[in-house]
Design a binder for this molecule. Structure first.
Ligand SMILES: Nc1ncnc2c1ncn2[C@@H]1O[C@H](COP(=O)(O)OP(=O)(O)O)[C@@H](O)[C@H]1O
Ligand SMILES: [Mg+2]
Length: 261
């Protein structure tokens, strides 16, 4: 579904050039949930912007659904750390926003879908509220519904739960997994929480510090549903998290076997 081949990104900064990403090869299968971890500044957001078509790569090729990415696609949605809702619009009309850009075609069906999605994330009855009447977690749920309204093939999520408290974060990661199972959307999710990366992912991609390269790709075979909170698979999650900690902490790349606890 997503392919990056030999991708690099060099920015012209004030103090000369900054290599953000180097020789990235990454293939994401349809319906796969990939999480991306790495130190701050290692190019995670840049990688998502490349896939989203918001930024052309300096070199290499980015493809989505077998087509080169040259501009944002309508079947790829992006969700950020902050909900970015329009404050004067109701919950429902914030969710409907991406649809309005396309005019009236199929508006009624989308409206039904918006209600369904809001119910799915526990916001039934809040359709007419304004964003400031909602908690941070509820606002981010609205943002999640908005990024799902056009039934995207690919969802790119840049630390979407980072600003939330631990309990809300746990709830939302559970809801996201349920939605994912229902919709079979392909997801690339950036987080700085190692546990969250493990709990959500089919595969965790570890990037090296700047410039970002793929350090390791770790398959997560723990049965679903998984939870950040009460967890039937605590030992497995802890063990893999420990391994990932080791990979993130190291200064020089070592074989994974040496890092394993
Ligand atoms: N538009 C830009 N112009 C110049 N440098 C940038 C730009 N965007 C990102 N960078 C630099 O590229 C590196 C990677 O940034 P980013 O992708 O935001 O990292 P992350 O999301 O992993 O924290 C950083 O050093 C950042 O300063
Ligand atoms: Mg970032």
């Amino acid at each position: 579904m997503i392919r990056l081949d030999g991708v690099g990104q060099v920015f012209d900064g004030r103090e000369g050039q900054v290599t953000a990403l180097e020789e990235i090869d990454l293939h994401v299968r349809p319906g796969e949930f990939v999480t991306l971890i790495g130190r701050s500044g290692c190019g995670k957001s840049t990688l998502l912007r490349l896939i989203a078509g918001l930024l052309p790569p300096t070199y290499g090729e980015v493809r989505v659904a077998d087509e080169p990415v040259t501009r944002p696609r309508r079947d790829v949605s992006f969700m950020f750390q902050r909900p970015a809702l329009l404050p004067w619009r109701s919950v429902l009309s914030n969710v409907m926003l991406p649809v309005e850009i396309e005019g009236d075609k199929g508006r009624a069906a989308y409206r039904d879908r918006a209600h369904e999605l809001l119910e799915l994330v526990g916001l039934k009855g809040f359709e007419g509220r304004l964003p400031h009447e909602l908690s941070g977690g509820m606002q981010q749920r609205v943002s999640l519904c908005r990024s799902l309204i056009r039934d995207p093939q690919v969802m790119l999520m840049d630390e979407p739960f980072s600003a939330l408290d631990a309990l809300t974060r746990t709830e939302l990661s559970g809801e996201l997994q349920r939605i994912k199972m229902e919709l079979s959307t392909t997801i690339v999710f950036v987080t700085h929480s190692i546990e969250e990366a493990v709990v959500l992912a089919d595969r965790v991609v570890v990037l090296t510090p700047r410039p970002g390269r793929v350090r390791e790709v770790v398959d997560i075979d723990i049965p679903r549903p998984r939870s950040l909170g009460r967890n039937a698979h605590l030992t497995e999650v802890a063990e893999i998290s420990g391994l990932l900690h080791g990979l993130l902490a190291e200064k020089e790349a070592r074989p994974v076997d040496e890092v394993r606890p």
